[in-house]
Unconditional design. Sequence first.
Length: 255
Amino acid sequence: MYFGKNLIFFIEYFCQCRPCCYLMRYFWGISVCFVLCVACAGADKNNRVALDSARPKADSVQGKGTDDKAKEKLKLVLDCYWDDYNFCDTTANNVAAGEQRFSNFLMLLHYADSLDVYGAVKKFVNASYVTFESRNRYASMIKHYLDNPESPMRDDCVYVYFLRCQLDCLSPEDVAVREYLEFKLRAVSKNLVGCIATDFKYVDRQGNVSALHAIESQYTLIVFSDPECDNCKRIIPELMADPVLQNEKLRVMMV
């Protein structure tokens, strides 16, 4: 609607300013409308193509480990997911489509087996390292989507695969980048799902020194809070009153 008003205003202004007969002004107005409509249609088509190329190619994959056929189909999709994408193209449409495709790629990885995840990630990282600019762009995306605490797609288990594959693709000259990735890999690998949490010592309110692994409980919930945080002060009483936490098999430790 906004574009239509601007177009009408432009035609009216053009017809008032051009010193020629009414038919000539009418002809020029129709010509301008036709040219602008064709241009907008072409731009819209390009946008649709970019968005379509970013969508997952396995819409039928609904759940993790549903059956062997679904797993095999998902594996095939992941194997060729990036084959038709040009990592060297730095145009705005292609970069935007690449980020959307990467986001969909992460969602598909959630449903895949660990071996398939590793293979797909390795192929993606190898392809994205085709240029220095592409490497940096997708390294930033990896960190943003998988390492950012506020990211809804954060997944340490998947992040480990990306870090390992990135390390494998580095050249010997990338010393600083290698040190950073190795540091991140050590940090992320400490508390993965299914692994024993890293032990640490602490001092309780009575001054007694103990350790995490010394807690005798089947489950332990560690809550990190700040005494000066207003939200923490509000949430702690709610946690204490939660019936789920009133379980003899569970111990809650506030840090």
